[in-house]
Design a protein around this ligand. Structure first.
Ligand code: PLP
Length: 517
């Protein structure tokens, strides 16, 4: 769509720019983007447009050129028309001169990231790019944050989207602020849908991944003799829900064994599945290690058998591409705060529209259903029938900003860098005497779990914390099947993200090595 608006000239767009509504005398010049380009910028023209009805350019950019630490920077002043804007398109006449894809700017403290899908990427050893990403992440200056599987660091644009909305709520009222932010709120649904390859009306938003998952699972009609199939890496809360529902309904919980790689054995799954199987619940990436379960094969088997496939993608979304079409999921859940870099207190459910009628939503309330005024009610359309009325719109808009940023960077390039950093960290930990990593699976991701001989995991984590390296430890009860199988937990859990650097891995490794001497 954006391409069409400016014909072939669109090379960059700013996304998401969620500045406050600027009116009348508030309109003011703002610093325009800094753009890293190849040797020369002569003839580089920038035209900035807002995405309004008229598409009339609202500002003129006057290039200022300077050399900064070896990077040629185009600065400019932009006069913004007194109007609200959602996106700003930046047209660059000679895109071939652009080298880096990430452009960072501040608009009156409302940071935004300019990105270009086609050029450059945050992986491929582009230090300038990673530097820019880090510059737009306040926490990078304070900590070596290797706890992205816990909660990743917010970027400045996400922080700005949230604080901007919080301020607006204080200034004009919470309901009024939500009204003013309607388009941005809608865009959060669209962005999450795009992230997983679904449709906006297939997304329901929640305050965490567990509530999203509960909404799906507790809505699956089950009765005596029905079967719930799951794997040995399943997240603790999901297993507790299976056990509770089995007790309530007489359904049976069957745990599929692992294969030789330690991942869900899809051959065993295919053997176990039958027409009693109503739902297969699988955790894509467990909380307790670097395993990536073979979800696409599970999806294929589920589809053939006509069973519902509920995928817990809490640790995989934002870490690498997760596409419901490829994975064959019917329901998929995720958290905002982990690899998506959204705020705490956010989660989402994607639900395939074709399976809606096979589910009995577990709670009826004024968001999910309409009371007909008598003694009946009707579910609202789409995945909204799983939501409840009240929301933190601050968090929701933060989630939208974070997801847009991930989409702009590209999940494929994010995935390549996270897995590269995870692999490097794993290899280097394994090379230390007295240190062992414990990640299972044929495919491993950025979560790295390790033990240090003779040192409890909590002490290792505390030692790293004293060097400002954030890690955490696994909790045996959170993955009880895996604990039964291996008895290795608690382990130290490292989880780098794309904004971590080789120097930061060095610091973590040196800190662990110091414990083994
Ligand atoms: C695999 C997995 N599933 C579900 C959850 C629960 O997510 P939330 O804490 O957002 O409810 C987690 C949390 O760590 C997790 O790792």
């Amino acid at each position: 769509m954006l391409q069409e608006l400016v014909g072939g000239k669109l090379d960059l767009f700013v996304s998401p720019l969620r500045g406050p509504v600027l009116t009348g005398d508030q309109a003011h010049p703002m610093d325009a983007p800094e753009i890293a380009v190849d040797e020369t910028v002569s003839g580089l023209g920038l035209v900035v447009r807002t995405l309004g009805e008229s598409q009339v350019p609202c500002g003129v950019v006057v290039p200022r050129v300077r050399l900064q630490e070896g990077v040629l920077v185009v600065g400019a002043r932009l006069h913004v028309a007194p109007r609200a804007f959602e996106h700003v398109l930046v047209r660059v006449d000679e895109p071939s001169r652009l080298r880096n894809s990430l452009l960072v700017d501040r608009v009156r403290g409302h940071g935004l990231i300019l990105s270009d899908r086609g050029l450059g990427c945050p992986c491929e050893n582009d230090p300038v790019h990673v530097d820019l990403l880090r510059a737009a992440t306040p926490g990078c200056a304070r900590r070596v944050h290797l706890n992205n599987a816990g909660a990743a660091l917010l970027s400045q644009p996400t922080l700005d989207a949230m604080t901007g909305h919080l301020r607006l709520e204080a200034e004009i009222g919470g309901y009024e602020a939500a009204g003013a932010a309607r388009d941005a709120i809608d865009d959060t649904y669209a962005a999450v849908a795009e992230l997983v390859g679904g449709r906006a009306d297939e997304i329901a938003l929640f305050d965490n991944a567990t509530h999203a998952w509960n909404a799906a699972f507790y809505s699956v009609p089950l009765g005596p003799g029905d079967r719930i199939l799951t794997g040995r890496a399943e997240y603790g809360s999901n297993v507790l829900a299976y056990l509770q529902v089995a007790q309530r309904t007489g359904a049976e919980v069957i745990v599929v064994p692992n294969d030789d790689y330690g991942q869900l054995d899809t051959v065993a799954l295919a053997d176990l599945i039958d027409d009693r199987t109503k739902v297969i619940g699988v955790t894509h990436v467990p909380t307790s290690g670097g395993l990536v379960n073979p979800a696409a094969e599970v999806g294929r088997i589920a589809r053939e058998a006509g069973a519902l496939f509920l995928l817990d993608a809490t640790q995989s979304v934002g870490q690498f591409p997760v596409d419901v079409g490829i994975l064959g999921a019917d329901m998929l859940t995720g958290a905002g705060r982990k690899f998506l870099r959204g705020p705490r207190g956010t989660g989402f459910l994607w639900i395939r529209s074709e399976v809606l009628e096979r589910l009995d939503p577990f709670v009826a309330e004024i968001r999910s259903a309409t009371w007909d005024g008598d003694r009946g009610f009707t579910w609202v359309d789409g995945a909204a029938r799983f939501e409840s009325w009240e929301n933190s719109y601050v968090n929701l808009l933060g989630l939208g900003a974070a997801v847009r940023q991930a989409l702009d960077l590209g999940l494929d390039v994010i995935g390549r860098r996270t897995s590269m950093l995870g692999g490097e960290l794993r290899d280097r930990l394994d090379a230390l005497p007295g240190v062992r990593t414990h990640d299972l699976g044929e495919v491993r991701c950025a979560i790295v779990t390790a033990s240090v001989d003779g040192v409890p995991a909590a002490d290792v984590a505390a030692h790293l914390a004293r060097s400002s390296v954030n890690v955490t430890t696994t909790v045996p009860e959170h993955t009880q099947f895996d604990t039964e199988d291996r008895g290795v937990h608690p382990l130290v859990r490292f989880s780098p993200h794309y904004y971590n650097t080789g120097d930061e891995l060095d610091r973590a490794i040196q800190s662990v090595a110091a414990m083994t001497r």
